[in-house]
Structures are given as C-alpha cells and as structure tokens.
Design a protein around this ligand. Structure first.
Ligand code: NAD
Length: 264
C-alpha cells in the first residue's frame, strides 16, 4: 500500500486532495501547523471509505526538526513514503509591498518558499535510499511570471517556488525520484479570506469577487481532477494544470451568457 504526505492538509486544497487519495486506498498522512483544523481534517478523511492508514501530525514546514520528526513518525507506521505534496502556503495581506511589515515578509517567504525547500531537502535523501518517490509543489499566482499590485510578496515566493521545482527536477533527473508541479488555479478556500494563514482578514473587492465567480472553483473539484493524474504519473518535471488558458477563455465567454455565484 502506498503512502502520501501532504503538507497543510488540515483544510482547503490539501485536505481535499487527501480525501481523494483515501478513495484510492493510500495511507494518508495529514500534517499542518493548525492543531484544531487538523483534528477536523483527520475526521473528514477517516470517514471516507478506504483501506489505508490515516495519520496526522502537527508540524511547521519552516522547521527542519519538525519535518524530520514527521518523516520518522510516518515511517514508524508505514513502509514507505511514495508521494509528498508541498501544499502548505499562505496568502499576503491586501497591501502594497511597502506597507507590509518585516514579520509578514519573513513569514510568507518562510512558509511559501523556504517551507517547500526544507521539506524537499529532508525527504529527498530518504527517497534516494528508498530508490523511489515523487514530490509535487503547489504553484500559485506569480508562478507563471504574472504580476499584479498587492501580490508582489506572494507572487515572488511562488515564482521562486517554480524556479526551485524546475531546477530540482533537473537535479533528480538521473535518479528514480520525480519532481513536478501542481497548478490549481483559483479556489474558494480560507486562503482568500485570511492573510498569513490565520492572520489579518482579507476583504475581497467587488472586482476580485467577479473574477472568482468566473474563474474560481471549489478545492474539491480541482482535487478530483489533479489526484488521479498524480497517482498515474511516472514522469519527471511534469505540471498538472486545472485552469488552462483555454478553460479561462471559455469561462469568460460563458460569463456573458450565464452568471455563476460560487460564494453562495
Ligand atoms: N486558494 C487559492 O485561490 C489558491 C490558488 C493558487 C494556489 N494556491 C495554493 O494552494 C495551497 C493551499 O492553499 P489553500 O487555498 O488550500 O489555503 P488554506 O489556507 O485553506 O490551506 C493552507 C493550509 O496550510 C497550513 N499551513 C500554513 N502555514 C503552515 C506551516 N508553517 N506549516 C504547516 N502548515 C501550514 C494552514 O494551516 C492551512 O491548513 C497554497 O500553497 C496556496 O498558495 C491557492
């Protein structure tokens, strides 16, 4: 039986992906910094029909000792770690870059960029010994080099994450490990309502609400699309994209004729 670890899987996209993996009989290892949400997430996953074990660990992706403990604790319970998804991530406050304080800058870079690096740095030596394993990093706004006011910090972190992922894929090219990207598009999760995980509330502008209603989706919809692709993949340096340019185009055309309201 294969095992998947997803960081930031207490809620949102991470949790929805985990629920899908459970349906495919994976051992499911949830981990998150938020203890309370993690308990809820664990209950949601265990209540889905599936044969694998379900484990949950409180941890912080920015702390190497937490990541190592997570790996060791997981391997006390299961035989292998086959898929690792670096999903934990936070949004920035709705502010210009010069309005952000030093702590917010450090925290976002630590979680969104360095967290992915620390987890990859910790799991790859194990996967090399195991002689197999797949790592996927979750992209976000800025990954494709798009730019927008008040998303400079987040976009910089995700652009960096994309460079990191592609470069890492080159490094593992002659091994039995694969590295890839997951590009989920726009999802209605806590991420769009709160900055820095559980920090300042983000009030969504009417313009952004319109965009969400056209291009946005629920995380479960995207998880159902992505997870089978991840399970069936054996190629290095892949990218699984939900919101392709073509889909975005058809959504804008569709919006002329039919209004969606995903906030209902
Ligand atoms: N929601 C969107 O529109 C959107 C779009 C593109 C990409 N993404 C990316 O998707 C990923 C998941 O986001 P989401 O929308 O599900 O948000 P979310 O806030 O619902 O989930 C993120 C999870 O990460 C956890 N987390 C935060 N800091 C952590 C840390 N230091 N250590 C461990 N866990 C931590 C949170 O507690 C939370 O459970 C993120 O990487 C985000 O950047 C989101």
């Amino acid at each position: 039986m294969k095992t998947v670890v997803i960081t930031g899987s207490a809620r949102g996209f991470g949790l929805e992906m985990m629920k899908e993996f459970r349906k495919y009989n994976f051992n499911c290892v949830l981990c998150d910094i938020n203890d309370e949400e993690l308990k809820n997430g664990y209950n949601e996953v265990i209540n889905i029909n599936g044969n694998g074990k379900v484990l949950s660990f409180v941890m912080d992706v920015t702390k190497k000792e937490d990541v190592i403990k997570l790996i060791n604790n997981t391997l006390n319970e299961v035989n292998s770690i086959d898929i690792w998804i670096n999903n934990a991530g936070v949004n920035q406050a709705d502010k210009y870059f010069w309005e952000l304080d030093e702590n917010s800058i450090n925290k976002l870079i630590d979680i969104d960029l360095k967290g992915t690096m620390i987890c990859s740095n910790s799991i790859i030596p194990y996967m090399l010994k195991q002689n197999s394993g797949a790592i996927y990093n979750v992209e976000g706004y800025g990954s494709n080099d798009a730019k927008m006011p008040k998303l400079t910090l987040y976009g910089t972190a995700k652009r960096g994450l994309t460079y990191f992922t592609e470069s890492l894929a080159k490094e593992v090219d002659n091994t039995n490990i694969i590295v890839g990207k997951i590009t989920p598009g726009i999802m209605l999760t806590n991420f769009v309502k709160t900055s820095l995980g559980d920090g300042e509330k983000i009030i969504m502008s009417e313009k952004n609400k319109k965009i969400y209603n056209i291009l946005g989706d629920y995380p479960e919809t995207i998880a159902k699309f992505i997870v089978p692709k991840v399970i069936n993949n054996n190629k290095n340096n892949v990218k699984f994209v939900w919101l392709t340019n073509f889909k975005a185009f058809t959504r804008f055309i569709g919006a002329i004729f039919k209004k969606r309201d995903i906030f209902k």
